[in-house]
Design a protein around this ligand. Structure first.
Ligand code: AP5
Ligand code: MG
Length: 224
C-alpha cells in the first residue's frame, strides 16, 4: 500500500477536525492537528502552551517557528511511516515550504491537499454551536451532532466545553487570518497539482463520502 500523506485545508468551522478524525480511523493513520496539540500544551501549562495561549485566544496565528518545530518533531515519529492526516497545518507559505522541505528530507511527499469549502454563514453557525470534550477534544454540535447528554462526551464521558476562541468576535478574526494567510495555499497546492476540492457545506456523512470517493480515484490513478 503506498503512503497516504494528507493535508486538510479550509476555513475555521469547515469541518476539518470532524473529517480528519474519521479519515484517520478509516485508514488507520495518525491524526495530527496543530490546534489540538497547542490546546493540550496550554492545558498542560508547558512553555509552548504559555507562548501560544495569547495568540490563540485572540484568534491570531501562532508564530511559524513554534509551529514548524512542533510539527517537524511529530512527523519524525515512527507511527507516521504509512502516512498521516494533518489538520490545521500548514497555514502560511512559510509553513507549507517547511513541510515540503521536511518531507523531502524524509524521502516523502504529500499525496494530496484536501480543501474543505464552506461559506461564512455556514461556518459561523457551526462554530457558534460547537461543543468540545476536555479530554480528547471530540467535537459535537448542539443542532447538527448533539451529544446524548448536553454536557458529557459520548465517547469518553468527559465534560463538554465551548472553546475560548469560539466567541463571535474571535471567530471573525480567525476568518480574517484565514483569508489573509492561509487562502494563498490554495494556489500553492494547485500549482503542485495536488489540490482536491471538497464541498464542506453538506452533512458530515456526505462530506466523508465525497472525500473517500475522491481518494479512491486518486489511488486508482496512481496505479496506472
Ligand atoms: P484550530 O484548532 O486548527 O482551529 P480552526 O482552523 O479555526 O478550525 P476549527 O477547529 O475551528 O474548525 P474545523 O474545520 O476543525 O471544524 P470542526 O470539524 O470542529 O486552530 C485554533 C488556533 O490554534 C488558531 O486560531 C491558531 O491560533 C492556532 N493554530 C493552529 N494551527 C496553527 C498553525 N498551523 N499555525 C499557526 N497557528 C495555528 O467542525 C465545527 C463544528 O461543526 C463542530 O461542532 C462539528 O460538529 C460541526 N460540523 C462539522 N462538519 C459538519 C457538517 N458537515 N455539517 C454540520 N455540522 C458539521
Ligand atoms: Mg479543528
Amino acid at each position: 500500500m503506498p503512503q497516504l500523506n494528507l493535508v486538510l485545508l479550509g476555513p475555521p468551522g469547515a469541518g476539518k477536525g470532524t473529517q480528519a478524525r474519521r479519515l484517520a480511523e478509516d485508514f488507520g493513520l495518525p491524526y495530527i492537528a496543530t490546534g489540538n496539540m497547542l490546546r493540550d500544551a496550554v492545558q498542560a501549562g508547558t512553555e509552548l502552551g504559555e507562548q501560544a495561549k495569547r495568540f490563540m485566544n485572540n484568534g491570531d496565528l501562532v508564530p511559524d517557528e513554534l509551529i514548524i518545530a512542533m510539527i517537524t518533531e511529530r512527523l519524525e515519529q515512527p507511527d507516521t511511516e504509512k502516512g498521516f492526516i494533518l489538520d490545521g497545518f500548514p497555514r502560511t507559505n512559510a509553513q507549507a515550504e517547511a513541510l515540503d522541505r521536511e518531507l523531502l528530507e524524509l524521502g516523502r511527499s504529500l499525496t494530496a491537499a484536501l480543501l474543505i469549502e464552506a461559506d461564512e454563514e455556514i461556518v459561523m453557525r457551526r462554530l457558534s454551536g460547537r461543543r468540545v470534550c476536555v479530554k480528547h477534544q471530540h467535537n459535537f454540535h448542539v443542532d447538527f451532532d448533539p451529544p446524548k447528554h448536553p454536557d458529557r462526551c459520548d465517547r469518553d464521558g468527559s465534560r463538554l466545553i465551548i472553546r475560548d476562541d469560539d466567541k463571535p468576535e474571535v471567530i471573525k478574526h480567525r476568518l480574517d487570518e484565514y483569508h489573509a494567510k492561509t487562502e494563498p495555499l490554495i494556489g500553492y497546492y494547485e500549482s503542485q497539482e495536488i489540490l482536491l476540492r471538497i464541498d464542506g457545506s453538506r452533512d458530515a456523512d456526505q462530506v466523508r463520502d465525497q472525500i473517500r470517493a475522491t481518494l479512491a480515484v486518486l489511488r486508482l490513478e496512481g496505479q496506472k
